[in-house]
Write a new protein. Structure first.
Length: 83
């Protein structure tokens, strides 16, 4: 059983954003060390991580909003049927 609570989904948004930013920045830092191009690839990795992270965060947040809308719609329909 998967917990689809909005709180857990929002925690996933934040951790995913951090993962993308930190991952690409560290990858860029490592590449800078290999290529001796300090800090060019690190900054590029940071920018790419931000772009991917923000895009992913927006997608995940929209999923949470859609989930909440469906849930509210079902509750309202159940109330109408119960009247």
């Amino acid at each position: 059983m998967v917990n689809k609570s909005p709180a857990f989904r929002l925690i996933g948004v934040g951790s995913s954003l951090a993962f993308w930013i930190i991952g690409f920045t560290l990858g860029g830092r490592w590449l800078d060390g290999q290529l001796d191009s300090d800090p060019v690839v690190t900054v590029l990795g940071l920018v790419v991580g931000l772009i991917i992270g923000i895009t992913d965060a927006i997608r995940r947040l929209l999923d949470v909003v859609r989930y909440q809308e469906r849930r509210n719609r079902r509750k309202n329909e159940a109330k109408r049927e119960g009247q």
